[in-house]
Design a protein around this ligand. Structure first.
Ligand SMILES: [Zn+2]
Length: 94
């Protein structure tokens, strides 16, 4: 079922530094030409990406540490934190 493993880039959560994969990390992508950032559930959006575990703990930590901003070299737009929070499933589902 799984595609052959070849040259999979190492994806590391910007908050807890855990290399993800199994459960999947949430990809945040910096859109080209200063168009801001977006959550990229498909992982197919082109642009510089950063990854964070889809848990509120890691998202909050990433926001608090400005880890995504550092990683993507951007300032997160107003309201993006809320967007990010809204993309993760409720804690009870994890
Ligand atoms: Zn994490």
């Amino acid at each position: 079922m799984l595609p052959p493993a070849r040259r999979v880039p190492v994806r590391t959560c910007v908050a807890c530094r855990t290399a993800g994969g199994k459960r999947g990390l949430l990809r945040i992508v910096r859109l080209p030409e200063g168009a801001g950032v977006a959550v990229d559930p498909t992982g197919k959006q082109s642009g510089r990406g950063a990854y964070v575990c889809p848990t509120s703990a890691c998202i909050e930590l990433a926001l608090k540490r400005k880890a995504l901003e550092r990683s993507l070299k951007i300032t997160l737009p107003e309201g993006f934190a809320e967007t990010l929070r809204s993309t993760i499933p409720p804690e009870s589902a994890i």
